[in-house]
Ligand binder design. Sequence first.
Ligand SMILES: Cc1cc2nc3c(=O)[nH]c(=O)nc-3n(C[C@H](O)[C@H](O)[C@H](O)COP(=O)(O)O)c2cc1C
Length: 437
Amino acid sequence: MSARPFHLGWFYSKGFGPKAWKHEWAGPRSAVARFTKPDTAVDLARAMERACFDYFMIEDSSNVPYTYQGSHNAYLKHSVDTPKLDPTVLAPYLIAATEKLGIVVTCSTTEYHPFMLARKMNALDHVSDGRIGWNVVTGSNDGGAQNYGRDRQYPHDERYDRADEFLEVVHGLWTGWDEDALVLDLEKGVFADGNKVHPLNHEGTYYRSRGPLSSPRSPQGAPVICQAGGSGRGQAFAGRWAETIIASASTPEKMKAYRDNVRAIASAHGRDPDHIKILFLVSPTVDETQERAEDRYRRSVEIDQNEIEYQLASLSRQSGIDFSQFALDEPLPERLVSNGHQSMVAQWQGRVLGDVIRGNPLNSGSGAFVGTPDRVAAHMDEVVQEVGGDGFLLVNSYFSRRYVTEICDGLVPELQRRGLTRTAYEHDRFRDNLLAF
Ligand SMILES: Cc1cc2nc3c(=O)[nH]c(=O)nc-3n(C[C@H](O)[C@H](O)[C@H](O)COP(=O)(O)O)c2cc1C
């Protein structure tokens, strides 16, 4: 048994939008049409809190992609990462439905001004009593940049340079009000003490902001900073700022290498590496018997493989490269140049495109965890021990309420029985729970 429990989060892939709309358990058309309502996410949040997850991470991107074949048609036909509604509007519904669960919203540093982002996160942290997190992304798709008035995304590494300064500005704004700036002295007639509220006067390379923020210091001071980019520059950024990282790696060795690297960077910045919790994507398939679980996993892989156009459109969106130009049965170029998700593209180059699709089933996450809850729990334990920490991020492309129940009421109780995950929250605030072990 592990010396200490590990952490759990959920990656709400495809954000505030449709999930597995044409697959079994999606429900009738009338249920699918409710993708613009908060109900499914609210049900998931309640189940996750029952299972004592650390956080619910809402993925996001803000454009209708058109990289594949230069057209948005395939994306709209199959619902490939579109449509999506604003995750910061969904968050308050999840906050209202839960008491301890951390809620992480994705917002891009190239789509917000630091002041606007700082203000929004501050308000969410106040109304949630300290349960908000921000997934810091920098944008990857040119179509996204075009919605905000630019021709293309800034170059990959410059996006992270900008993000570094962005984080300096928002942290300056979040700490601009001293903790005791609110006086609320009804007898003396003093609401707030002007000496304890400080303008920022930031004049940097990319941003200017006077400050102070228009609202007082929030319960956590700053949202929990979450990050996902796995390129060298992305990991350097994460080592400086991130408090939790959502990561994708295909083997325990790669997970360990990723974790060790980010922890070393954090130490070089004078940070305690134990203050960064790195959660790896997994998509377990659990069922009553090993046979049934394996059969279901096989069927999910078959479904993936029959969704060729979906997969090609998805790869194209992530990389900014139109994959319709490559033959399925031939190797991809040895050098694929991407200004998008570089860490993902690096795994594909030189391989036969059909194999990339077959070997990259939407559902596999960081290796397959398939079997009875008992067996999958034991496997997760082994992997965490080999990697050294810190936990897992659940994801499922064929997301349904059935899957949520299997994980939260089937797998997690087995993890808890083994002492691998918590059975009760230690604290009320998100960061405190994340740092509890
Ligand atoms: C697990 C995971 C989740 C991600 N979620 C999002 C997201 O919700 N929105 C987004 O724009 N990018 C998302 N990304 C992309 C990263 O934030 C980052 O922009 C991208 O990986 C490019 O950075 P890199 O080249 O450093 O890997 C995600 C990446 C990973 C690995």
